[in-house]
Design a protein around this ligand. Structure first.
Ligand code: XMP
Length: 514
């Protein structure tokens, strides 16, 4: 493959390092994240078009502060230091870094001098995202300040001749209004990147990495959940090793209408790997009998999933590697990088590879964000309707039945969910509402149908708009649409006699009801 322009990101442990990589990829430039300690000689061999130094939690004054190889500044490669990366650059090149008199955190107004290649076409004033205690108080020789805030006179610095830059704010986060433009300036004006990179190219690289791990004969076991991520991982591994991949799909009985069939059909037709489908619905229902507490439901489902999977895997004999479709937000959520409290224990198979005796994991999507995974799925030939599905929780419809889960109740949610999805699709709104589903509330209410008194279930409609699923607003669905959905649910779904609309945002409510 022809040498491709590449940006190397030195990771100093910042919260947003992967976000920087993603922003670079958005500009169709290939990027690799490597530890901060990689020596300059090695970086030189990789021949990057540019180097970015990430932010990080340390202070350059700390005794054990991570200091990159000083020689990287003499490689003649363009360089951008972000936050800690800027402070480090200033410190190593003879500037001064001091504790800020006023710590800046959050949205701050920044004034920009447009004379630099980095700031070209940026408007003179805009909001940026700051998060720092230390700051550069004197530029190193050859550098000039090219941005300021009220409390930070050197919010960005530039050495145009050496093509070395630093920004104290975070251009990679969306709160920095002109951040994308600034990064694009760095990539194109400074590094001369032409944007020659695509998802197809990512697939090629990932395929080679998988082949490097498995060698010519290695076999791989993958737990297919029916969701987008594991399906894309399976398609990718299939491209790398063909029939040496075995997929095990545990059907817990809580999938949406037609979904299990769709997954099985796609794999039989497009990716003809060894495919095992374990229909385990009766076991899951039996173990959930009488259980009403949401977390307990999740734990039982998680445990049963592992048990069923294990039993199937043992029947298959020894396979060499275990693969899973972990994506970057999962890495963050599982606590590697945040101290976020566990609001809900997400159903996953974290402990599974170890229990099955696998030493090495293949996680080819680990560095990708959700929309990138979808784009990759399309590049690999997965059908659009599978790739662009809205998110679906691991425990499935079981956590959309409030209280005890029974086959009858799951059927009510499944059918009403299908009607909601169908009407939203017909209204052409599938792309503008982030997630939508129905919930079988435990509430019975009185009604009248054909002169008879009824006392049946209340179904709630939940639809939200959100970028990241961490916060969400309730979607303002057109009333006519809500009316059609309501009418169809009470007419077509047995035992649903009332429909209500959930008009709560997150926070305070979560997206799911359990
Ligand atoms: P909440 O309800 O926490 O949902 O606001 C945020 C997003 O996560 C999904 N979700 C889950 N996903 N296992 C999953 O894999 C779970 O147990 C689970 N609970 C919630 C939810 O559908 C939404 O997209």
């Amino acid at each position: 493959m022809a040498a491709r322009q590449k940006i190397i990101i030195l990771d100093f442990g910042g919260q947003y390092t992967q976000l920087i990589a993603r922003r670079v990829r958005e500009n169709h430039v290939y990027s690799e994240v490597v530890p901060w300690s990689v020596p300059a000689e090695e970086l030189k061999k990789a021949a990057p078009a540019g180097i970015i130094l990430s932010g990080g939690p340390s202070s350059v004054q700390d005794e054990n502060a991570p200091l990159c190889d000083r020689a990287i500044y003499d490689l003649g490669v363009p360089l951008l230091g972000i936050c800690y990366g800027m402070q480090l650059t200033a410190q190593l090149l003879g500037g001064r870094v001091e504790r800020a008199t006023e710590r800046e955190y959050g949205r701050v107004n920044v004034r920009i001098n447009s004379g630099s290649a980095l700031t070209q076409a940026l408007s003179p004033e805009s909001a940026c995202w700051m998060s720092h205690t230390w700051q550069v108080t004197k530029c190193p020789p050859g550098f000039a300040a090219v941005a300021q805030t009220d409390n930070c006179p050197i919010a960005a610095m530039a050495n145009e001749e050496k093509r070395i830059y630093g920004v104290q704010f975070h251009p990679e986060v969306t709160h920095t209004q002109q951040g994308r433009l600034l990064l694009a300036n760095f990539l194109t004006n400074v590094c001369g990147c032409t944007g020659d990179w695509t998802m197809e190219a990512y697939a090629d690289i990932a395929v080679r990495q998988i082949q490097d791990i498995t060698g010519e004969h290695g076999t791989v076991l993958l737990a297919l959940s029916g969701g987008v991520d594991s399906s894309v991982a399976a398609a990718l591994i299939y491209r790398a090793i063909g029939k040496r991949l075995t997929c095990v799909y545990v059907d817990h009985g809580f999938m949406r209408k037609g979904e299990s069939e769709q997954v099985c059909d796609v794999f039989r037709r497009l990716f003809p790997v060894r495919f095992v489908r374990a229909d385990a619905a009766s076991r899951f229902f039996a173990d959930l009998k009488g259980v009403t507490e949401p977390e307990q439901k999740r734990h039982i489902i998680g445990r049963d999933f592992v048990e069923v999977f294990k039993a199937e895997a043992q029947k298959l004999g020894k396979l060499d590697y275990f693969a899973q479709g972990t994506i970057y937000p999962d890495v963050i959520e599982s606590g590697q990088g945040t101290n976020a409290a566990v609001i809900k224990s997400h159903h996953n198979v974290g402990g599974l590879p170890k229990e099955l005796g696998f030493a090495e994991l293949i996680e080819p999507l680990r560095m990708l964000f959700k929309d990138e995974v979808r784009a990759l799925g399309e590049a690999l030939g997965l059908p659009r309707e599978l790739v662009w599905r809205q998110p679906f929780p691991g425990p499935g419809l079981a956590i959309r039945v409030i209280g005890e889960v029974t086959p009858e109740k799951v059927e009510i949610v499944r059918e009403s969910d299908f009607i909601l999805r169908d009407e939203i699709a017909k209204a052409g709104l599938s792309g503008s509402v982030s997630q939508y589903f129905t919930v079988l509330t435990g509430v019975h209410s009185v009604g009248v149908m054909g002169d008879e008194r009824t006392y049946d279930y209340t179904v709630a409609l939940r639809a939200v708009t959100t970028d990241d699923f961490m916060t969400a607003d309730w979607a303002r669905l057109p009333y006519d649409l809500v009316a059609r959905v309501s009418e169809r649910i009470v007419n077509e779904v047995p035992h649903a006699s009332r429909v209500v609309l959930d008009v709560t945002s997150k926070p305070p409510a979560s997206i799911e009801w359990e």
